[in-house]
Design a protein around this ligand. Structure first.
Ligand code: FAD
Ligand code: MG
Length: 348
């Protein structure tokens, strides 16, 4: 594992430690680097889209290799002398006092610790894919989850939707704008009459025969011996946090249709004061563009909280607190956060 550190003002202290150095984390890092803060980016290097060759839908980088976009982002950030980088895993994090009551100790690779005044969690999610023979190795190549990312390139061909749960009906309803759709319910999805009628009205063919495996590009082999040749296949997996750190810190989560995500407010602060989150880890619907936007906001949010003091969850962003009132708020921030997050969850 390799760490490069900016000229340290004090041994291992950073203004902000960013955990996750992909699109969201890099975007947060860029704002903070340009604000001349001392930052450390910790990245294990397992981007969610590493299975896909090209990334689509991110303005100015449409269709480019996903790895190139991340590498160029890293080069942008590394150009600033106040940025440190650690190739490795943040194995744990805990709250640990600090000058303004907010500091965090982050353990790197289970070996050593660093301290930061603010944290940005940009750790992303991992996909738990349906267990169908031949599916995992086609993930990101001819099996996808997001039509906006990979639908266009299927050239209005034959598109399969493989059911993995109730949300798959929604996926089958969307895909006809991208091609001729067959919905393989595979015993996972039982359709009521209204859903059946809706899918048929959209031109979706419904196939209820159990799916055995995928072969060739995206050919679906069915239990009755048929082989349906598809140009591409769409399916949903369950998503899980890539890292347990948000849970360790006590961040609140919301339930998304495919798995939990970290609750954040407008400034991308989590329900734990001074801890921010960005990207797939904090939103149900995800993309590179959204991760970059969230990251920019989390970077600015973390910087504002260094400038003006920690604010409670869901405090109005542009209300400029005097330092004194911001510090007064902090002492009661734990209880304020609880009540603010309780009312916020109802609105979500
Ligand atoms: P990620 O890119 O997943 O990065 C998280 C980073 O955090 C990783 O590097 C990981 O190793 C690191 N990390 C996690 N935990 C730790 C830890 N404890 N310590 C250190 N590092 C840690 N979106 C598009 O816009 N266009 C597309 O074409 C597209 N194609 C996709 C294809 C596939 C197959 C998949 C699965 C997704 C695709 N996406 C696409 C979605 C896109 O990948 C995500 O929205 C995006 O990667 C989210 O960025 P992120 O920075 O939040 O998380
Ligand atoms: Mg990231």
């Amino acid at each position: 594992m390799n760490t490069t550190e900016p000229t340290p003002a004090s041994t291992t202290d950073y203004d902000v430690i960013i955990i996750g150095g992909s699109y969201a984390g890099l975007s947060a890092a860029l704002q903070l680097a340009r604000a001349r803060r001392r930052i450390l980016v910790v990245d294990a290097g397992h981007r969610r889209n590493r299975f896909a060759t090209n990334s689509h839908g991110f303005l100015t980088r449409d269709g480019q290799p996903a790895a190139d976009i991340a590498a160029e982002g890293r080069a942008n950030v590394a150009a600033y002398p106040n940025v440190g980088w650690h190739d490795g895993v943040a194995t744990a994090a805990r709250h640990d006092g600090g000058i303004d009551g907010h500091a965090f100790v982050v353990e790197l690779d289970g070996a050593r610790t660093v301290r930061g005044a603010r944290l940005v969690l940009a750790t992303g999610v991992r996909d738990d894919l349906p267990h169908i023979d031949g599916l995992a190795e086609r993930w990101g190549k001819s099996v996808f989850h997001c039509p906006y990312c990979h639908g266009y390139e299927l050239n209005e061909g034959r598109i399969g939707v493989l059911a993995s749960g109730p949300l798959s009906v929604h996926q089958a309803q969307m895909l006809p704008h991208w091609g001729h759709v067959t919905f393989f319910t595979n015993g996972v999805c039982s359709l009521d009459d209204a859903q059946r009628a809706d899918l048929q009205a959209r031109g979706v063919q419904i196939d209820e025969t159990p799916v055995l495996r995928l072969v060739n590009v995206a050919t679906v082999v069915l239990e009755d011996g048929r082989q349906e040749i598809m140009t591409g296949l769409f399916t949903y997996g369950r998503v899980h946090m890539s890292s347990p750190i948000a849970e360790q810190l006590g961040c609140a989560f919301d339930a998304g249709p495919l798995g939990p995500f970290i609750r954040t407010d407008e400034s991308r602060q989590t329900t734990v004061p001074a801890v921010f989150a960005a990207g797939d880890a904090m939103r149900a619907a995800s993309s590179v563009a959204l991760a970059v936007a969230d990251g920019a906001m989390a970077g600015v949010g973390a910087h504002r909280s260094l400038l003006f003091g920690v604010t409670p969850f869901a405090a109005p962003m542009m209300a400029v607190a005097s330092s004194a009132s911001a510090l007064a708020t902090e002492s009661s921030s734990a209880s304020a956060t609880e009540s603010a997050s309780a009312s916020h969850s109802g609105a979500r």
